[in-house]
Design a protein around this ligand. Structure first.
Ligand SMILES: Nc1ncnc2c1ncn2[C@@H]1O[C@H](COP(=O)(O)OP(=O)(O)OP(=O)(O)O)[C@@H](O)[C@H]1O
Ligand SMILES: [Mg+2]
Length: 426
């Protein structure tokens, strides 16, 4: 079979995508340039692409990019059926010639070690740049679209919040595996027809960390966090509210990525119409928007509620939400790590964490934070009024705990466990 190498034409796109897609990620699983990146580059000034045409079938491609005097060799793909009489040199001949034609004086190739292209480039006189590594990372959305994000009230969450979330082991593991992994390994996920979830519901008693958890997801995937509060849409009449909601979503979907957080979702989707704090047209508009999360990549909807049993069961159905995740009250281990975090910040005095954990059985993370701040305040006031120099000591913590009313109770925990049995899905 004889194929000839010619410049890429727009109508080659489908065949080119197919060939590139078929070749999969570069060896080692990492792909510097995904198919999407490739298509993006293909259409910029300075892009040079040549294809091997075998009687109308595209059996090879080489993509380069001229940036002034530098020509980048970005990707060479050859179909297995075209590799017998290795097409790589011919594709490179043509690509290099075309890059030279538009002023390139130096060529730099991005290749995977030990792949065919690597060997071919060495044969052609390319030298490996010793100690040079190819580093990559996505541009944070905050840099890419600061104004659009700001107008939506969104922001980037500091990296590391996810790691700093204590306890919640089960929920964290589910998110790690089912949300983050498919995003981190898109090619592997696609191979197994796994698509990352697009909507989740978080439920649990007040102060257990639902909001923090949603922000943690945003920090883990490095997407901006945008909160929408349907009940706070300007009071301009129900029709206008629905319209505003739809406009807000349009703008959110224009962002390259986002974790969209809706708190107190019972305001929108309570079983009983009279418990909803918004007009039915707003609820309908919201329901209409949920499927869009499935169609627009890199957007996750996270809804939170304290009262999962009050939600309309149709609202929770699998087609809408991928997972319904319980955010449990912290167990002793989780309380210990939350206490440790605050104690370390507040004092270097000897504090017995186990005793604090035992004294705070029905405390939520929010209650623990409140008590810890109170202990710090006691030490601060003592030094101010009495001049004694110690930071918070054990007594301050125990005193603060006594003065803090726990959010949880045996009844609430029981209700949460029952809700988990009936509603949790993951
Ligand atoms: N797992 C955790 N580890 C450490 N701190 C936590 C954790 N979960 C929550 N917190 C802290 O507890 C506080 C309350 O958490 P958050 O506001 O996320 O709770 P919530 O479930 O959204 O509450 P609400 O139902 O009232 O909206 C926050 O200050 C947060 O920093
Ligand atoms: Mg909250």
């Amino acid at each position: 079979m004889s194929s000839f190498v010619r410049p890429y034409r727009d109508r080659d796109l489908a065949a080119l995508l197919q060939l590139w897609g078929r070749s999969g990620p570069a060896r080692g699983g990492t792909d510097l340039l995904t198919v999407d990146d490739g298509v993006d580059v293909l259409h910029v000034d300075g892009a040079v692409c040549v294809v091997a045409d075998d009687d109308g079938a595209i059996v090879g491609l080489a993509l380069g990019l001229a940036a002034g005097a530098i020509g980048w060799i970005l990707r060479v793909v050859v179909a297995p059926e075209g590799s017998e009489n290795d097409l790589t040199p011919r594709l490179l001949d043509e690509l290099e010639a075309r890059l030279a034609e538009i002023g390139t004086r130096k060529l730099i190739g991005l290749v995977v070690r030990d792949e065919t292209v690597h060997a071919r480039l060495i044969e052609r006189g390319y030298a490996e740049a010793r100690d040079v590594l190819c580093m990559q990372r996505p541009v944070p959305t905050s840099l890419a679209t600061p104004s659009a994000l700001g107008e939506l009230g969104g922001r980037m969450v500091e990296p590391g919040l996810w790691e700093s979330l204590k306890g919640l082991k089960d929920a964290k593991e589910i998110i790690e595996r089912r949300v983050i992994l498919p995003l981190a390994e898109p090619q592997l996920a696609a191979r197994h027809a796994v698509s990352p979830p697009s909507a989740v519901v978080l439920f649990g008693p007040p102060g257990t960390g639902k909001t923090t958890f949603a922000k943690g997801i945003a920090s883990r995937v490095a997407w901006p966090f945008v909160e929408i509060q349907p009940s706070q849409l300007a009071a301009e009449g129900p029709e206008r509210q629905a319209e505003l909601l739809s406009q807000t979503f349009d703008r959110i979907f224009d962002l390259p990525s986002a974790v969209v957080f809706v708190d107190e979702v019972e305001d929108l989707a309570s079983k009983r119409d009279e418990d909803r704090r918004v007009n039915v047209s707003v609820t309908n508009e919201f329901l209409k928007q949920i499927p869009r999360f499935r169609d627009v990549p890199h957007h996750l909807l996270a809804c939170a509620t304290n009262w999962i049993s009050r939600l309309d069961s149709a609202f929770l159905r699998p087609g809408r939400f991928d997972y319904v995740l319980p955010v449990a009250p912290p167990d002793p281990e989780a309380r210990a790590s939350i206490w440790r975090r605050y104690v370390e910040e507040i004092t270097e005095e000897e504090v017995d964490i186990d005793t604090l954990v035992g004294a705070t059985e029905f405390f939520t993370p929010a209650d623990i934070e409140f008590a810890a701040r109170k202990a710090a305040q006691r030490a601060f006031e003592r030094e101010h009024f009495q001049g004694a120099g110690k930071r918070a000591v054990m007594e301050d913590f125990l005193g603060a705990i006594k003065e803090t009313r726990p959010t949880l109770s045996a009844d609430l925990v029981e209700e949460f466990n029952a809700d988990t049995a009936s509603f949790a899905r993951y």
